[in-house]
Write a protein that binds this ligand. Sequence first.
Ligand code: AVJ
Length: 336
Amino acid sequence: MQRTVSGDVVVDCLLGPADERSLADDVLDGLTRPFKELPPKHFYDTRGAELFDRICELPEYYPTRAERAILEAHSDDIVARTGAAELVELGSGTAAKTRLLLRAMDDAGTLRRYVPLDVTEEMIRRTASELVEEHPGLVVHGIVGDFERHLPYVPAPEDGPRVVAFLGGTVGNFPPGTRRRLLRAIGRLLRPGQDWLLLGTDLVKDPEVLEAAYDDGPGITAEFNRNLLCVVNRELDADFDVGAFEHVAFFDREREWIEMRLRACRRMRVRVGALGLDVEFAPREELRTEISAKFTPERLAGDLTAAGLALGDVLTDPDGLFALSLSTPRRAVAAA
Ligand code: AVJ
């Protein structure tokens, strides 16, 4: 781990420049399976992050606006309820929505430390320096890392309640078993009776609304999806014919998740130079690139309970599209 300290900003770096290792492992595993699959975390190179920002502006893509509306209406309540002195944020990005929470903490006089964890060092450094300017006395302890691997590097909590925020509905990108394991690992950052998880989850709704959000008119989501192949081409010296893959997005009504895939228009052989690997695609063969689970209150409570957490307040936007929930770790119960 490499640490840099300047003024009120500490940054711990746990990733190499492009973290090629994990992409290589995921491509090797995912493209040699009978049903091809790549994990969505590799979407977010510079261009992918830009495309995601554009998705958030689309009329069809409601989650970002809905979550922001909840924070605009309820940040003060969340701070009053939790007494938050420290905000840990997983996948902080530009911290656009978090600023509302930090502002509310500052107004309440409880704000002490912000701990953003994100894969992009640039983003963490820029956000950190802006935030310490905006909030005199605030300490930012950034972690450049992957929340699937680096939660144990989150610094120990200090005095005062900690809120761990996992926003945007990103928890829905994990299939049920992995999701519960991840929530359990997040729960280990929380002290019973003191700390809170603030979790953003998209809600089950009319499939047409859901499918439009992942298959917009202008085709930005399609470009975002195909960009994953550009990442593999660049990072692993592959030769995907990106234009020969079609964007597919549908709501799986049984599993209650959105699935995104890339469908090969024709038979193809793709060379992944860095792995010495040749991958065959049959005509119309699909590669799964993302699941994005949609929640009912029951599923939300079920996942949290299975992870050792107890669901408390659930806040939604006026249209009931999205939920922000507060939960607490359940005290360890002695065996009977
Ligand atoms: C950032 C993971 C929450 O699943 O809705 C947006 C990513 N994918 N459009 C989501 C995404 C397609 C987004 N998350």
